[in-house]
Design a protein. Structure first.
Length: 435
């Protein structure tokens, strides 16, 4: 980038501009100021400026060398313009479109790609690698459908790798992760767990043995990326209706996946005590060990074997019978403040465990520890299966295919059918000489 362009971009970011200067900063004008690609150079940019920044700009990503230009709409995966360039001043709009066909054949059924993923912080159109002689980018979260409208559960991405005189198009796919199974059909941390899919929850009925002055409740929670099943921050654990109800205690997680805890002595907002939101978020896509305790003086929250916060209260906890719900607010008010995920290895103690004791439970939850005998525990299906990650699907026979065609040419490629189990991938690639 030359000095004048650097100054121009800095000036544009730092100051409001108008008139001739504003016209100068239109995408086409800025590109005109860029150095022309040399024989071995290749460049990549958004053809009409980045969408969302430039009003009404389409998601058209352009790759250009001295020899060719390739434009991909990353939302529709259409190719509006592709072909050799006579010179660098040629109008790309004059290049003919090409037809891109991405297919996955699973167990004899064909699924075609209809769209690419929307741009997010980590997904959709992404820049992977960029330099003078090589440009690599992809689009994730591709959506594949069969003729009868069935959507394929897959994790798939379309990748472009470009040099000055070569262009590779690559389709990579694998079976997607399986949805959370409700109830005791779910995987667990040690054996089987209890799945909450946003429509159900696990509830422990009211019992005097859970109304102790001092207590600890600990459990494991698997937190997927879509853990929030409703509009509001979900409750992982909620006893006695809600945070304003006497005898309540519980744990919520916010959009930032940081847990916070509440406890109530006597009812009402004025008797609600909270532990501030933890500084570290819980681990998304993993199991997390959580615990609450009260020793008559302090209310404490632990996550993954570590103390994360406490509030000094110094009040006697009076018995107020009420149910203990996992996966929603206990009174189910509004949309229920529901959690989507899995809970497992729930234990209630009539004393406040120390951080060292809870760390033992975190490090090796399957170990038998007679000194840590709970009042009651819930370990769910002893014949169920444990999994550290959300289980993925399996394709008995799968094949990826990629094809691209112009007015008078066509090129396609596909791998051989094979059995695929998540997290393994299948791939298809075509290598083009667009000059």
């Amino acid at each position: 980038m030359n000095v004048s362009l650097r100054f121009l971009l800095i000036f544009a970011i730092g100051c409001p501009i108008a008139g001739e200067a504003q016209e100068l900063l239109q995408p086409a004008s800025v590109f005109a100021l860029m150095p022309k690609p040399g024989d071995d150079h290749v460049a990549m940019w958004w053809e009409d400026g980045f969408p969302g920044v430039v009003e009404d700009a389409p998601w058209n990503r352009s790759i250009q060398s001295k020899n060719f230009e390739f434009v991909l709409n990353t939302q529709s995966l259409e190719i509006p313009h592709f072909g050799p360039l006579k010179n660098l001043d040629a109008d790309v709009k004059s290049l003919a479109p090409a037809k891109l066909n991405l297919e996955i054949i699973v167990d004899g059924k064909t699924y075609r790609c209809r769209s690419g993923g929307k741009w997010t912080r980590h997904g959709g159109p992404r820049l992977v690698e960029s330099g003078r002689v090589f440009q690599r980018a992809d689009v994730t979260d591709l959506a594949f459908y069969s003729k009868d409208g069935e959507k394929l559960n897959t994790e798939a991405r379309f990748e472009t790798a470009a040099w000055a005189n070569r262009l590779a198009l690559i389709l990579t796919a694998r079976p997607g992760v399986l949805p959370i199974q409700p109830g005791e059909k779910s995987f667990g941390r040690v054996q089987g767990g209890f799945g909450v899919d946003g429509s159900n929850h696990f509830e422990i009925p009211a019992d005097p043995k859970f109304e102790t002055e001092h207590f600890t409740v600990e459990f494991w929670a698997f937190i997927p990326s879509d853990f929030r099943a409703g509009e509001h921050s979900p409750w992982l654990l909620c006893k006695n209706r809600n945070e304003w109800a006497p005898g309540n205690f519980g744990i919520l997680i916010g959009n930032d996946v940081r847990p916070r805890a509440t406890i109530n002595f006597g009812g009402g907002r004025e008797n609600t005590f909270a532990i501030p939101r933890a500084t570290r978020p819980l681990q998304v896509g993993n199991w997390n060990h959580l615990a609450l305790s009260y020793d008559g003086e302090s209310f404490r929250l632990y996550a993954n074997g570590r103390w994360v916060g406490e509030t000094k209260i110094g009040k006697k906890r009076e018995p107020v019978p009420g149910g203990m719900a996992f996966g929603r607010r206990q009174d189910n008010s509004g949309d229920g403040y529901r959690f989507r995920g899995v809970v497992d290895e729930i234990r209630f103690y009539d004393r406040a465990l120390t951080e060292q004791e809870l760390r033992l439970r975190f490090v090796k939850p399957e170990a038998s520890r007679p000194a840590l005998k709970p009042v009651e525990e819930w370990t769910f299906d002893s014949k169920g299966h444990a999994a550290m990650k959300k289980p993925g699907g399996t394709w008995k026979s799968a094949q990826a295919k990629i094809g691209i065609a112009g007015r008078d040419w066509k090129q396609d490629s596909g791998d051989s059918p094979s059995a695929v189990t998540h997290p393994d991938w299948i791939k298809a690639m075509v290598l083009l000489d667009p000059t």
